[in-house]
Design a protein around this ligand. Structure first.
Ligand SMILES: Nc1ncnc2c1ncn2[C@@H]1O[C@H](COP(=O)(O)OP(=O)(O)O)[C@@H](O)[C@H]1O
Ligand SMILES: [Mg+2]
Length: 297
């Protein structure tokens, strides 16, 4: 008899993977690392319709999504198909495919935030270069900077700030799409934003990330500082997490110079090493407990 196992989808298990594996082990569950690139549909006769390495005879009892690899649109859609298929077959997927789909796509996140009336910076997403240039010129002429982001980016990669008309030639699309956003000048000295970590609609830890410049990603060298979230910050982070129906989330919140909180991003596959370095909780344990409590017992 095979031992029921949890699949942790990742291409680079690293510190986070090991933390999760350890946390699941403490709860009595074995887990293995698998790459979504190695899965395949096998729709023939009585065979398991989804081939996952290490789960050839029995599908996992749950999957934890620690990473979705990049790739062509077809490749990314296929990885998400695998996650959707698992859910259809009754296997808990943490975070679920729809939540991941909506949050890796910055356009959809921005639309949903705006539609729900949650504070988020003015944003334009479009195809036409001339229209993109007009948007940026208009913002610049009103004294605002504009941020340009890749639609599927993360960890601050590929984000640019357009500050003056002479920057316009450098405005580039990301695979044909311009994602442009009003640059929000943050409150306080220097540059910082907040990362609020939510599990099962509860805030478990919050930090201020202080960037070397206006990019406050830990991956870009921002320093972490633990803070007590305000009631307003908690409410906004939870609303944002619920909006995308996430089991857990890393919500990026930027406070502007008037004190208004803006949701910048809702991460469905957030890292937590930086956050944990300034908090006295073990986030992997909380995640594993939440998955097990709500989906496996
Ligand atoms: N509209 C904005 N105004 C000011 N700073 C921003 C804005 N959008 C993003 N940033 C800065 O860039 C960082 C990365 O942006 P984000 O949208 O979270 O993309 P990523 O997925 O790469 O983390 C944010 O944490 C923040 O510091
Ligand atoms: Mg971010």
């Amino acid at each position: 008899m095979t031992i029921p196992k949890i699949a942790i989808f990742t291409d680079d298990a690293g510190w986070h993977g090991k933390q999760l594996q350890h946390a699941f082990k403490n709860l009595g569950y074995d887990s293995v690392f698998v790459s979504l690139t190695e899965c395949r549909f096998n729709l023939k006769d009585q065979a398991l319709p989804l081939f996952i390495p290490e789960f050839e005879t029995e599908l996992p009892i749950a999957v934890f999504v620690r990473g979705v690899p990049g790739g062509s649109l077809e490749e990314v859609v296929l990885y998400l198909d695998f996650l959707h298929a698992l859910k259809i077959m009754g296997i808990p997927v943490y975070n679920n495919a729809s939540a991941i789909e909506r949050s890796v796509d910055k356009a959809m996140t921005s639309f949903l935030l705006h539609h729900a009336g949650l504070e988020t910076p003015s944003t334009w997403v479009l195809r036409d270069r001339n229209t993109a240039l007009d948007v940026v010129k208009n913002e610049l002429s009103q004294g605002h900077f504009v941020i340009s982001k890749p639609l599927f980016g993360s960890q601050g990669e590929g984000i640019r700030r357009i500050e003056k008309m002479t920057d316009l030639p450098w405005l580039t699309s990301s695979h044909g799409v311009y994602y442009l956003q009003h640059f929000v000048l943050c409150a306080g000295e220097g540059f910082s934003d907040y990362r609020v970590f939510v599990i099962n609609n509860k805030v478990v830890a919050t930090m201020r990330r202080r960037g070397k410049s206006w990019l406050n990603n830990v991956a870009k060298g921002a320093t972490c500082e633990r803070i007590e979230p305000t009631v307003e910050m908690i409410a906004l982070a939870i609303q944002a997490t619920k909006l995308l129906n996430m089991d857990y989330a890393g919500v990026d919140i930027l406070e502007d110079s008037t004190g208004k909180l803006n949701v910048i991003e809702i991460n469905s596959v957030p890292a937590w090493k930086g956050l944990e370095s300034v908090c006295d909780i073990t986030i992997a344990e909380l995640l594993a407990q939440d998955l097990v409590n709500r989906y496996l017992t």
